[in-house]
Design a protein around this ligand. Structure first.
Ligand code: GLC
Length: 486
């Protein structure tokens, strides 16, 4: 490569600070910034939803871009450009009909039934943005995230002409449980290459499967931890695509996520009642715990377990609720925050009603409260059945809360078991994702809580862990460079 920067087009349904529901948005924003810091020229393309927070300095492109779709149709999309911090450019696609709604994937009435078409429009629109973002030059790499961006890999390789078909592509799987499964009747208007269906590389179980198609055509497939990269090649974590992923194993790589250690820093976090660093963590956390308990109406005495999660079956909140009574019996307090499936939201509220002062539940997506939970909790529980990477356990460690996690996916790669005798480890691992193992892990936490020195040293090791993007961003960078090598 010459001295010019590598041009990377990121395609994602979520970007933190603009719109997000979970870790995907955090990762796309933080990775893009870390790559820019390494010298890459990154453009992130994402929809401008009704819920997007458009940065004050955003400016509209003078003319819309045209996104070709199936059956000879195309859509005219406006583009709002802003900067993410002082690094990458973010281009938000505007389309009053498709994107200007009160939600990313759905609203109070449920998920939108035209999501495949909405994200096909994102995928095609992103390529059109890229045709202008670098003064007519194409990007070196199209990097798509999850099934929402998978069609950008497919369109680049198959339908946008010879120059695009030579552009390298990367697909990152943040969560294989969601694959973009669409009825076969939608093939034509989504502009699906016919052989994808006929030869089966994007057909699965009689439906169009966008993730499968993206995996087939991308030059590299990455996922967000090394353990998850292995897990998805087997049942049940492959969700039907395990054989497809085994076939493509030579181009599949696990690169563990980092977190934005500037945005998540207890020394400067304005959401906290008191800011603190490693040197004054004990006093800092006492103040934060007291404030959090007051905010949530919890009794501040006794070990406080926090949990912040999307409420989906895979996240295992029901397992935690199963272990709750026995742990409360032994003095534990719980601060539970999350939004998602109505049944789980109701279960959270019911637990709070049953144990007032001991269990608090806040139903909703509240990133500021999440920070106060990281700051105020002694322990932070991630009870997932399946966890591609997970970020909250890393935020928790950085804020001096000891993670209590199931030994799956990225949790296994980021949390090491506490061993008091040898002064090692940063958290507690439940050997498997079931109520019994979580209960045992919770009991181990209570025991650690009773051992002041053991607890303080576990907190200190968690805070000292390097969860920054530095190392992982370099791995992405070398992957791009490898793809671009002549
Ligand atoms: C998804 C996964 C989560 C991962 C995040 C960012 O939300 O469920 O495990 O940390 O993507 O990659």
């Amino acid at each position: 490569m010459s001295a010019r920067s590598v041009r990377i087009l990121m395609v994602s349904s979520e970007v933190e600070s603009l719109a997000r529901t979970g870790g995907l948005g955090d990762v796309v924003a933080a990775l893009s910034r870390a790559l820019a810091a390494l010298g890459a020229d990154v453009v992130v393309v994402t929809p401008r939803y009704g819920v997007t927070r458009v940065p004050a300095g955003a400016r509209a492109w003078p003319a819309p871009v045209t996104a070709p779709l199936g059956l000879g149709h195309s859509r005219q999309l406006g583009v709002l450009e802003a900067r993410l911090g002082n690094g990458p450019r973010a281009c938000m696609l505007t389309d009053a009909q498709l994107f200007d709604r009160k939600g990313i994937y759905g609203d109070a009435h449920g998920s939108f039934d035209d999501n495949a078409f909405r994200f096909a429009t994102l995928s095609s629109g992103a390529l059109s943005v890229a045709e202008r973002a670098w003064d007519g030059a194409l990007p070196d790499v199209v990097h798509a995230h999850d099934w929402h961006g998978a069609l950008s890999v497919i369109y680049a390789r198959r339908s946008r002409g010879p120059a695009w078909s030579r552009v390298n592509s990367v697909l990152t799987i943040h969560n294989l449980a969601f694959q973009g499964v669409v009825s076969p009747g939608a093939r034509d208007y989504l502009a699906i290459p016919p052989d994808g269906w006929d030869r089966g590389w994007l057909r699965h179980d009689g439906a169009v499967n966008l993730m499968k198609g993206g995996i087939e055509l991308a030059d590299r497939v990455t996922t967000v931890s090394e353990t998850y990269a292995r897990e998805i090649q087997r049942r049940p974590n492959g969700y039907g695509l395990d054989a497809h992923l085994r076939w493509h194993a030579p181009k599949l790589v696990g690169i563990v996520n980092g977190i934005d250690t500037d945005a998540y820093d207890p020394r400067s976090d304005a959401a906290l009642a008191r800011r603190y660093g490693a040197a004054d963590v004990v006093q800092g956390k006492i103040a934060c715990k007291r404030a959090l308990c007051a905010e949530l109406g919890l009794d501040p005495h006794g070990p406080l377990f926090g949990s912040v999660s999307r409420l989906q079956w895979l996240k295992g909140i029901d397992l935690l609720l199963g272990a709750l009574p026995a742990l409360i019996e032994r003095g534990a307090r719980f601060a539970l925050v999350g939004a998602g499936e109505p049944g789980l939201e109701a279960a959270l509220r019911a637990a709070a009603a049953r144990w007032p002062g001991r269990v608090a539940a806040r139903v909703g997506f509240d990133p500021e409260l999440a920070r106060r939970v990281f700051g105020g909790a002694d322990f932070f529980v991630v009870p997932s059945r399946d966890e591609p990477c997970g970020l909250t356990q890393m935020y928790a460690m950085r804020y001096g809360a000891v993670p209590v996690v199931t030994a799956v996916g990225g949790l296994l790669d980021t949390v090491t078991p506490v061993d008091v005798a040898h002064a090692r480890g940063t958290g507690i691992l439940a050997s498997s994702a079931d109520e019994g193992s979580l209960l045992l892990a919770g009991e181990e936490a209570l025991e650690l809580f009773g051992d002041r020195i053991g607890m303080e040293s576990a907190v200190a090791r968690g805070m000292a862990r390097d969860s920054s993007w530095a190392a992982s961003a370099r791995r992405y960078m070398s992957m791009y460079e490898e793809l671009l090598a002549p």
